[in-house]
Write a protein that binds this ligand. Structure first.
Ligand SMILES: Nc1ncnc2c1ncn2[C@@H]1O[C@H](COP(=O)(O)OP(=O)(O)OP(=O)(O)O)[C@@H](O)[C@H]1O
Ligand SMILES: NC(=O)c1ccc[n+]([C@@H]2O[C@H](COP(=O)(O)O)[C@@H](O)[C@H]2O)c1
Length: 171
């Protein structure tokens, strides 16, 4: 059985990683969708699709599960989004998400959806991690080690601090 898990992963953090740990115990193969792939260099979406591919690929390497990482761009039409996802991804039997819109769109398209609990959500939230990065706070212990290294390699902290000076468009 092949599973599909989509997120923006801005950045990929320990909540995502815990969810992936549970998913790989249920499936033979996993597709990780990098959502909003065309977005980067903003306060809400600081990292490029390629940078997020690196974060996710290196982090899930610790699991003994064949994994595919697939960037997925947004569409203006929710009604055809599931078809768009299916056209970009290896075929899958079950989708994993805690996002209400994603769950609704997959269910309406007849795709089985499984949810997980939210793990340590007070700190394991992309918005919270990005705020800590901007303010020079402590975030490194809340992401897998390869994510720390990718963000260092791409100058991610300097970038999010610079773009957030001018980008007031959401957190
Ligand atoms: N701490 C967590 N525990 C379990 N699932 C999580 C956790 N954080 C996010 N998720 C789920 O992972 C998927 C991808 O989430 P996403 O990349 O938007 O992260 P996020 O932490 O919610 O970030 P943001 O604050 O940027 O929206 C969604 O289904 C989301 O509900
Ligand atoms: N119409 C669309 O393009 C559409 C619809 C539903 C979800 N999505 C994307 O799926 C991803 C869902 O991930 P999150 O759970 O991290 O929000 C996001 O990148 C979101 O933009 C896109």
């Amino acid at each position: 059985m092949r599973g599909f898990y989509i997120g923006r992963f801005q950045p990929y953090h320990d909540g995502h990683h815990r969810m992936v740990r549970e998913i790989v115990s249920e499936v033979d193969e996993l597709v990780l969708g990098i959502g909003s792939a065309g977005h980067s260099h903003s306060r809400r979406n600081p990292f490029t699709a390629g940078e997020r591919v690196m974060m996710v690929t290196k982090s899930v390497a610790e699991f003994d599960c064949t994994s595919y990482v697939v960037p997925i761009e947004d569409l203006d039409r929710n009604s055809v989004w599931v078809s768009h996802v299916q056209s970009m991804s290896p075929s899958f039997d079950v989708a994993y998400s805690n996002n209400p819109l994603v769950i609704q769109l997959f269910e309406e398209a007849g795709v089985e959806v499984r949810q997980s609990p939210m793990f340590n959500r007070d700190v394991l939230e992309g918005t919270e991690l990005r705020e800590r990065m901007i303010e020079g706070g402590d975030w490194r212990h809340l992401v897998p080690d390869p994510v720390v290294e990718v963000i260092r390699e791409v100058g991610g902290i300097e970038r999010i601090q610079r773009v957030s000076e001018t980008d007031t468009n959401g957190a």
